[in-house]
Design a protein around this ligand. Sequence first.
Ligand code: ADP
Length: 216
Amino acid sequence: MRSKNKKSRSSEAAKSDFTPFASTILSADRHRLNGHRSALVWFTGLSGSGKSTLAHALEERLFVDGVRGYVLDGDNIRQGLNKDLGLSPEDRKENIRRIAEVAKLMVDAGILTFAAFIAPYRESRRFIRSLMRDWPYYECYVKCPLAACEARDPKGLYAQARASRIDNMTGITAPYEEPENPDLTLETDRRDVQECVDILIRFLMEKDILTLASRS
Ligand code: ADP
């Protein structure tokens, strides 16, 4: 208990020791340089619903048009920045918190950022939205019935979970709290990848993220 108090006092002291440096280059300058705005699109959904497939297909399509996009992908981040985290509820929240902070920096840097992470808890997704309150942020629900995700099982995780070889499998032994009010929903058992990417591009144009070059 004593050491916990001591720790929180020292972290409070540390916070007040830091003074953020205000960059002379503004987001608007970076957007002009790039010819498009930046934003965060967060793909949430069950494992196998198509988050990574769609995020990468969108990045590839936009790359051809000279858009600076980047995918932050669950498994990649868990092999580096978040390799110390497991699948417990606390670790999952910390996983999302760190990724959201990284994504915010990337959006500030002018990159159109696509985060492909299950983010199963509403509380974590609320955190992302509040962290991004001063930036364009869109939650995209990649919706696909559990049975269809399980039939796809691109990483063999459902088979392992059913055989009790892995714990905390979202949808099987861990919860997925469906988004209540996503900005966009893509039903990947009803539309193919190209159709979903078309919808995403139209959505980003409607939100004025991709139209800067044509308007200036
Ligand atoms: P996640 O990132 O959500 O775990 P993945 O993108 O790794 O899922 O895997 C989704 C699987 O579903 C891939 O094999 C992909 O080819 C397939 N799939 C079928 N239809 C779609 C679609 N409309 N959108 C995305 N993926 C789809």
